[in-house]
Design a protein around this ligand. Structure first.
Ligand code: IPM
Ligand code: MG
Length: 368
């Protein structure tokens, strides 16, 4: 059988540095586990704009549609802050999500034991934390029409529209319930049904899908503002959280920080199954391009490495190999290997991005 095709879009800022470590790991799985991948690199974000005048070239879009999975680093940077909105680096990423129809964005927040002391919250609040945020990714206020900046009388007005159809809510709800069945069987749905009609519809549809198709899963509903508070107060009350595009953006950053560093958190963005049965899929770290530390070898590659672990699990049906990679990361952290973002107040000498990658490779070798 032909090797699966991976399209790598390392992007901007620290993207290329962290992706370089992932490539070593992809190579390791090829050499040591007989899992070859055909890897192709291309551009997204500011670097694509610099070369083509667009943050995502049509050819790259076509390659993404044809790939078995896309791995993305990060996009954006201060250099691009004043670009016209339509060609900003983020538009490249949003186009990929929209055109690949990646409606279900899985953002796990897991606290590794070795880092429990490192969270800004008390250790007992975060130790052993393992939650999954399922963020709707192709609709809502990110894409709703009308949108724009218009003139009304003698002033301008900025407009964005929160819009959800029943089928959009239903499909992301299903993916949350499916995940919950393989975890601790609990889903909490978050919206603002107290102020938004789209929230009322969201709540009704999630409840209906639950009652008709997943009555065995425990379902609760929460207003998203309360959800943010509960995430910080006692995050272990949650298993799977399902929420819309914008609330999911906010809540997942918040959940990420519970685990100590944004440099740790991976994500999978999944769409409908392709002809080969694999879901359309893009994997990326939750963190951004961190322009302040780009090019200095300071970035933590773990979020990107764990995103590849998610690819092994969700695209390539290699759950055991995904576990192997996650355990290797856990081992490295337990051994005290730390990039700069993981240095506590007691200090110490941080390792570089490349050294962290090598440590993970060594732990993988030791796992055989
Ligand atoms: C994220 C990011 C993106 C988003 C940006 C880069 C467009 O914050 O993936 O969470 O807002 O979705
Ligand atoms: Mg975000």
């Amino acid at each position: 059988m032909a090797n699966p095709k991976l399209l790598i879009l390392a992007g901007d800022g620290i993207g290329p540095e962290v992706m370089a470590e992932v490539k070593k790991i992809i190579g390791w799985f090829g050499a040591k586990r007989g899992m070859g991948f055909d890897v192709e690199d291309d551009l997204v974000g500011g670097c694509a704009y610099d070369k083509y005048g667009t943050p995502l070239h049509d050819d790259t879009m076509a390659k993404a549609q044809a790939a078995d999975a896309v791995l993305l680093g990060a996009v954006g940077g201060p250099k691009y802050d004043n670009l016209d909105f339509s060609v900003k680096p983020e538009r490249g990423l949003l186009r990929l999500r929209k055109e690949m129809d990646l409606f279900s964005n899985l953002r796990p927040a897991q606290c590794f034991d070795a880092l429990a002391d490192f969270s800004s919250l008390k250790k007992d609040v975060v130790a052993g934390l393992d939650i999954m945020i399922v963020r709707e990714l192709t609709s809502g206020v990110y894409f709703g029409e009308p949108r724009g900046i218009f003139t009304e009388g003698n002033e301008r007005v900025g407009i964005n529209t929160q819009r959800y159809t029943e089928s959009e809510v239903a499909r992301v709800a299903r993916s949350a319930f499916e995940l919950a069945r393989r975890r601790n069987n609990k889903v909490c749905s978050m919206e603002k049904a107290n102020v938004m009609e789209s929230g009322i519809l969201w709540r009704e549809v999630v409840q209906k899908i639950h009652d008709e198709e997943y009555p065995d899963v425990q379902l609760s509903h929460m207003y998203a503002d309360n959800g943010a508070m509960q995430l910080v107060r006692w995050p272990k009350q949650f298993d799977v959280i399902v929420t819309d595009n914008l609330f999911g953006d906010l809540l997942s950053d918040c959940a990420a920080m519970l685990t100590g560093s944004l440099g740790m958190l991976p994500s999978a963005s999944l769409g409908a199954p392709m002809a080969n049965g694999r879901p359309k899929a893009l994997y990326e770290p939750v963190h951004g391009s961190a322009p302040d530390i780009a090019g200095q070898g300071k970035a933590n590659p773990i979020a990107c490495v764990l995103s590849f672990a998610m690819a092994l699990r969700y695209s390539f049906d290699q759950g055991a190999e995904a576990d192997r990679l996650e355990k290797a990361v856990e081992k490295v952290l337990a051994d005290g290997v730390r990039t700069a973002d993981l240095m506590g107040p007691e200090g110490g000498v941080p390792v570089s991005t490349g050294q962290m990658g090598d440590a993970i490779l060594a732990a993988l070798d030791a796992s055989l």
